[in-house]
Design a protein around this ligand. Structure first.
Ligand code: GLC
Length: 560
């Protein structure tokens, strides 16, 4: 029945209160794979939906615990992490601190929580826009709240940003597309009049006037996560949410002069929101685009207005996955093929379709590429392949199943092989390698914030831990995530939750990093909760197709 769902209570005693985490992982996954349960959210139209949620119902939450979570005021900061109560693990002391810090970052609009600010850093002289609720930054906060059985703030956020989407948006005299979602918003409290108002930024105030292309995609992905986690279909089925999705989709499914199914973007359009040479077809956006399309497909109603979008999405997904899996994929064999490419080939028979010059392959990539392993490169367009490795795009490719199961395994293999370079002392590099010298001058426009191994230029971002952990769980390699979490736990709290770290190994707190950066805090909590209860991954992961059995292969890294 719509809006109603059945949850099978979790038999806590089955686990035994003393079994180790790895035993429990083994037990959970085996059980989940053997006994797919009735799905809590039945949907007729979706093409993804099944497997991960079936997997998740294998360890569905205990109803009484969940009920408790919905009782207003029933929880204090100390007892916040429900998962610990459930599983009787000794929580790491950082967890309670993290919840406290996350709650401190909550933003209220007329008494209702609507988001979390980017950073709660009183020591920093320059606030800039770190006191705002960023759409992309709120995602890990939202997941933490959902995993902890607190969906209200997520629902309020989704509705508030949907309202903002309806605003008329301009940069100078130029009117922006109707579907554009804000990069961030701020709540202004007037203590005298006792009123709250909102100001939003769609790029018209942002440094460099950059376009938040990822915001709309994250919004759709979050709407699905909310729906998956709560079983509440009433939100995504409202005419307002349906329209919001269609408006976002109209922006990226419109016909133009494109010869590729990937989405053409300017620099600064996503997490890397400054000039960093990611213009063109950046992997982060393509992976989020793919995931948002699949998420929307599972939520759009096939009514008069929705049907056309569903058809367009299906066609686009087909073309997009083909393009990405073939042309963005790089492994040892593919690198060798590109190295031997002929150029200037004309016609359909061309092997080197984009006319990539082998001389443009950077030296580092020959050493970096292991025999086993691979990744989606940063960008592909005519005569231009950006060989840099970007972590978010690759992790989202795994989560969305843009990567085939083999490719997902290869991405994890590469990560293990290149642990020193990609993880070092602080998970996780935003991209690898950095650019320096003349190249840095040309590519970044001499950006002093993006110097080598800093910030977006090869800096290490703790927030990326949650995407890494989710990818590890999906590929059946939680041990990799555990190693990364151990590194985080040795420093993050001591360093006051910085936004990013600098250096080749990620050893130094970032030059201009904010402290108490909310997504560093929330990312840690999400990673911890997912590892403890892998069923959470269902809200942020999509299986390849509904026929496909969940691919959870054991690898050498599974056992500890
Ligand atoms: C920086 C980051 C961006 C983030 C914002 C708020 O601008 O580059 O990704 O959303 O800070 O934390």
């Amino acid at each position: 029945m719509e809006g109603n769902y059945y949850k099978e209570p979790l038999e806590l005693k089955d686990f035994g209160s003393h079994c180790s985490l790895s035993e429990m992982d083994d037990f959970d996954l085996t059980r989940a794979l053997e006994k797919p349960r009735q799905l809590k959210i039945e949907r007729k139209r979706s093409f993804d939906e099944r497997s991960m949620s079936e997997l998740s119902t294998g360890y569905a939450r205990h109803d009484s615990v969940l009920d408790m979570a919905h009782t207003p005021g029933s929880r204090s900061i100390v007892d916040t992490p429900l998962s610990y109560a459930r599983n009787s693990f000794e929580p790491h002391p950082m967890v309670a601190e993290a919840w406290e810090a996350l709650r401190r970052s909550m933003v209220f609009f007329r008494g209702q929580p609507v988001g979390t600010i980017a950073a709660y850093d009183h020591a920093s002289e320059e606030v800039l826009n770190y006191d705002q609720v960023f759409v992309r930054d709120f995602v890990p906060s939202a997941l933490a709240f959902l995993m902890n059985g607190e969906p209200d703030i997520v629902k309020n956020f989704l509705l508030k940003t949907l309202q903002l989407q309806g605003w008329e948006k301009r940069v100078d005299r130029f009117k922006l597309g109707e579907g554009v979602m804000p990069a961030s918003f701020k709540v202004l409290h007037d203590p005298i009049r006792k009123t709250d108002t909102i100001v939003a930024d769609f790029g018209e105030s942002a440094i460099g006037r950059v376009a938040p292309v990822d915001s709309g995609f994250w919004w759709i992905i979050l709407l699905r996560a909310y729906t998956k986690s709560t079983g509440d279909l009433t939100l995504s089925e409202t005419p307002e949410c349906q329209k919001g999705m269609r408006l976002i989709l109209s922006l990226c499914l419109s016909e133009g002069f494109d010869t590729f199914p990937t989405l053409l973007c300017a620099d600064g359009c996503s997490m890397v929101d400054r000039r960093m040479g990611v213009y063109g077809y950046p992997i982060e956006i393509q992976a989020l685009f793919f995931m948002a399309l699949r998420s929307a497909l599972s939520m759009l109603k096939p009514d008069d207005e929705g049907r056309e979008f569903i058809e367009r999405i299906v066609k686009r997904l087909h073309a997009l996955s083909f393009h990405m899996r073939n042309y963005f994929w790089l492994d040892f064999q593919q690198l060798n093929d590109i190295y031997r490419y002929k150029t200037e080939e004309y016609s359909h028979t061309a092997v080197n379709k984009f006319n990539v010059m082998p001389d443009s392959i950077p030296d580092w990539v020959f050493d970096f590429m292991p025999h086993r392993g691979g990744y989606f490169v940063g960008n592909v367009s005519p005569a231009r392949m950006d060989f840099r490795w970007f972590s978010l795009g690759n992790c989202v490719s795994i989560l969305s199943s843009l990567a085939t199961p083999d490719q997902s395994m290869a991405i994890m293999d590469l990560l293990e092989h290149r642990w020193e370079e990609l993880v070092g002392e602080m998970p996780l590099k935003i991209c690898y390698p950095c650019i320096e010298g003349h190249e840095w001058r040309i590519v970044t426009g001499c950006d002093p914030k993006n110097t080598r191994w800093s910030y977006h230029n090869g800096g290490s971002w703790p927030v990326l831990l949650w995407t890494l952990t989710a990818a590890c769980i999906k590929t059946g390699r939680p041990q990799i995530a555990r190693r990364a979490i151990d590194l985080i736990e040795s420093r993050l709290h001591r360093d006051c939750w910085p936004e990013y770290y600098d250096g080749k190994q990620g050893r130094y707190v970032g030059k201009q990093a904010r402290k108490f950066q909310t997504w560093s805090i929330a990312g840690y909590l999400v990673a911890k909760m997912m590892l403890e209860d892998p069923s959470h991954i269902g809200m942020i992961s999509l299986e390849e197709d509904k026929q496909m059995k969940p691919v959870i292969k054991r690898s050498a890294s599974w056992t500890c």
